[in-house]
Design a protein around this ligand. Structure first.
Ligand SMILES: *Cc1c(COP(=O)(O)O)cnc(C)c1O
Length: 354
């Protein structure tokens, strides 16, 4: 295998950027002009190419459609206050991509194709990176089993694609969540730590039921005993109890969130005690009774933090106090945004300037 495969670029001569109203973006609605495509076949990655964004055609026998070998990443590029563009924590996303792919027996694209591909793509479509504070260019690298063969098998062919699209800041109104103790998201020994499509498909039904009951998301509990809190919807979940930032420890049923890691790091730097340890449903109930719980929020790339206002536990709604600018979740969000925007020094080396 050659060390570095040059990325061929075929630029579009018809930009669609005029169709986008950057002051009224919607999450997931717009895709930028170009995408990167790289195929794996005959035991090797082929030459990557940047092409105009377009539909792909698939055989109905494509393995990914039947047996679920699909893995994705979700990350963002930001326009900094001085106009430069920065991809946030590219290395950590690549490392997680590799872990997800290994778990799903899928081919791993070389790091330089991932890194250079993202950089080239973002550079080419830099006009699509919004300048509005909090808005970003969402980057979606993903891989699927592309071999057309309908017997159950590990695919011998894969397609790696990266596309991007501008997304607004999500102003998250505090949400109501429900502790789920019938359905589970991920089991010990399962694929919960991998960012694979199947984890999402299986979560829709319990989430739909929760919505019908008036809750926006479920708080997933462990699959064995339904005793410990794992994640909130498709985000990691964090609590402030006794002025300490607490979140479940990483395990094979918890997604190693880049936001989770970033917020833990920032909180410790701000002088807060942080704890990665099991948080039981019982502990939450007790903390509500004793009024020692002051914050609860989801943590993920899309919204950074998603504040929770109500947690439903065993037939009862417990309410969090109102959030303000000095709530830890808002302090953490602000500091993270300042680092990304270049307003505060990037002491952790999280920014990759393209
Ligand atoms: C992507 C994801 C997260 C959040 O990870 P980030 O890297 O912070 O975006 C959390 N939980 C699940 C299940 C996820 O798929």
């Amino acid at each position: 295998m050659e060390l570095l495969k040059e990325i061929k670029t075929n630029k579009t001569n018809q930009t669609r950027i005029g169709e986008v109203d950057f002051d009224h973006l919607e999450f997931g609605k717009f895709v930028s002009d170009h995408m990167l495509v790289c195929d794996y076949a005959s035991g090797d990655w082929q030459q990557p190419a940047i092409l105009p964004f377009a539909d792909i055609s698939l055989s109905p026998a494509t393995l990914a459609l039947h047996y679920g070998q699909t893995v994705f990443e979700g990350m963002k590029a930001f326009r900094m206050h001085d106009g430069r563009i920065n991809i946030f924590r590219i290395e950590k996303h690549y490392d997680r991509f590799v872990r997800s792919l290994d778990r799903m027996c899928m081919a791993v694209p070389p790091k330089d194709i991932f890194m250079d591909g993202l950089r080239e793509l973002v550079k080419l479509d830099k006009a699509w990176v919004p300048g509005q504070p909090g808005a970003a260019l969402y980057l979606r690298p993903f891989i699927y089993a592309s071999e057309a063969r309908f017997g159950v098998k590990i695919s011998d062919q894969y397609r790696f694609i990266i596309f991007t699209g501008p997304v607004p800041e999500l102003y998250a109104n505090p949400i109501k969540v429900k502790v789920e103790n019938k359905y589970i998201r991920a089991a010990k020994g399962g694929t919960g730590f991998a960012k694979c499509g199947g984890n999402y498909g299986g979560a829709y039904y319990p989430t739909k039921l929760a919505r019908e009951q008036g809750y926006e998301q479920v708080l997933w509990t462990d699959a064995r005993e339904n005793k410990f809190i794992e994640e909130s919807g498709m985000m990691n979940v964090m609590f402030v109890i006794n002025d300490t930032l607490v979140t479940a420890p990483l395990s094979d049923s918890i997604l190693d969130g880049v936001t989770r890691d970033s917020l833990l790091t920032i909180a410790a730097d701000l002088g807060y005690t942080t704890e990665e340890r099991p948080v039981s449903v019982e502990e939450l109930e007790k903390a509500f009774h004793e009024k020692t719980i002051t914050e609860a929020f989801g943590a993920g790339t899309a919204a950074v933090v998603a504040p929770v206002r109500t947690i439903h536990i065993n037939g009862r709604d417990y309410h969090l106090p109102q959030y303000s600018a000095v709530s830890l979740l808002n302090q953490l969000k602000q500091k993270l945004e300042n680092i990304r925007a270049g307003l505060e020094e990037d002491v952790y080396n999280w920014n990759t300037i393209v």
